[in-house]
Design a protein around this ligand. Sequence first.
Ligand SMILES: [Zn+2]
Length: 282
Amino acid sequence: MSNVDGLSVCLSFDFDAVSLWIGSMRQQSPSAVSRGEYGLVGARRILDLLARHSIPATFFIPGHTIDSFPDACRAVVDGGHEVGHHNYCHENPGAVTAEEERIAVERGIASITRLTGTGPEGFRSPAWDHSEATVGLLLANGFSYDSSLMAADFEPYWARQDDVVSAEGPFVPGPRVPIVELPVDWALDDWPYFGLNWQRHHVGLRSPSDVYETWSAEFDYALANHPGGVFTLTMHPQIIGRGSRVMMLERLIEHMSAAPGVRFETMGAVARRWREAHPFEA
Ligand SMILES: [Zn+2]
């Protein structure tokens, strides 16, 4: 973002609660559900932390979480945070039919509108997976930005539609569309580090100090090399909400706050400013 110096920091929280276990993990046992319900404990700690530091954040909340835990979601809104879209019951666009995806997007918008009084500006795909229809659905429903793709790290870019992807010929990017992509990365997501899933090569339960080392180094690099860029962390209340991890996040917030030119902003605010500085040309 060449019109402003310094670095924007977006703390984003995917408030999946139970929906992720039902929707993506296909697990409905009381034990799995309780792991999602723990997100309510984590969300309270995160809201306290953000309030202590006067930081506005972005919470991507599935409609299922809004309809199941309205008080916890009301607390997010009352804290002054942005609410973004994360489908209805954590439907992965790559794993549902086009019709199911359309319904998930519309139901998610309805739940957010009931909660906040207005539709969402931003979308984050569950599991960061797009189907071929996803960007079209975002355009049709008036979204301003998406935060699911990974073709850059600290610089927003315009999303595209209809890329030609084939093993038989070269990759041909499709036309750009007026949706700001605020890129993400698994290295800046709490789940791969901390989320236990019992798979041999993906165990989780890393030490908070390991994660601090990586996240603070990524931040330091972005600050030194991407003036006007945006540093986005993706976290989940049910993962980052454990005490030792909240303490790590607070230490990181203090490190970032001490750097000159750093602004904590919602993703919607960053997308709006980037859009103004980069008039869309098809
Ligand atoms: Zn999620």
